[in-house]
Ligand binder design. Sequence first.
Ligand code: HEC
Ligand code: HEC
Length: 287
Amino acid sequence: MVLAQGMAMMMWLLPVILGVATLLSCSGESAQVKTEESRGAESGMAPIEFAPPSWETIPGSQLGEQIRLGYQIVANTQEYASSYVGNRLNCTNCHLDAGLNPNAASFVGLAAVYPEYRTRNARVNTLADRINECMERSLNGRAFPPDSSKLQAVVAYITWLSRGVPSGATISWRGLQRIDSRRPLNAENGKNVFAGKCAFCHGTDGQGTMAAPPVWGPQSYTIGAGMARVTVAAAFIKSNMPRSWGWSLSDDDAYDVAAYINAQPRPDYPGKVRDWPKGGKPADSPY
Ligand code: HEC
Ligand code: HEC
């Protein structure tokens, strides 16, 4: 138990201790993407490999500096974008390994798919717009101004991670690998799974510990965040939680525990009144 806790803490603190050095090791490890049920619509194009560039390919120019800053903002949002964040989360808490993990809404290849039309706001979103959506909803913060050098840095980082991915390509690892629940949600089971498999790191009160960020309460994501939808949280949890033990929960347990954490109090998102203006609201939207 004590050893496991020590290891969990190391896993979480390592990127902080080693800084950018872990980027390299993470990219190697995360190359083991599950390919059987590739995500996203299939097109006639040959499949693109998950092959993020290695750290040494960052140019030693002004652009290279922007890319490194973008990485820092993603990995240590609390420090590098503190005036914009409204909770205790960092981008990398969900976009694991600073967006290099192919099982956790990876950033690799995204520059090739944006701009993209999205039904949530019924308009074409640039990559910068999409980053700001997570700033406001997932980090309960405020959007970077359009000319912000921090916003440009995150765009530069994601664009660098998308090198070699042709525009409009189908990215099989995009988003989260969705799962189905085959029976009605079981609230009691969700509570028990949380107590038995999550509270150890996230706290019995869900407010986070030294080993893991909060999953509900005032310092968590808002009800307007993607993670506040049960199907999205279940997919994330199934493939990534407990941290380092992805795919250890059954689909039903992942659904029940996702429903449990999303039934707890969390910040409101006042902008929700403008969502899905032309329809298309998903069935599991909490509002
Ligand atoms: C609470 C978890 C969480 C945090 C924190 C978070 N995001 Fe997200 N983000 C998500 C989820 C969930 C999605 C949607 C994934 C999907 O479509 O399946 C998403 C989507 C995105 C996308 C679009 C992905 C795609 O495939 O089109 C970008 C870009 C993005 N986030 C950037 C960021 C940045 C930059 C930060 C930090 C400023 C951040 N996110 C913080 C959960 C989070
Ligand atoms: C071994 C410790 C550990 C356990 C056990 C664990 N987590 Fe996590 N969890 C983490 C860490 C650490 C992160 C942030 C990942 C990072 O930054 O690399 C995280 C992130 C998350 C996130 C996204 C960020 C946030 O706080 O909203 C959710 C949701 C989550 N965990 C849910 C769960 C659920 C549900 C369980 C139980 C099935 C669970 N976790 C078990 C350590 C753990």
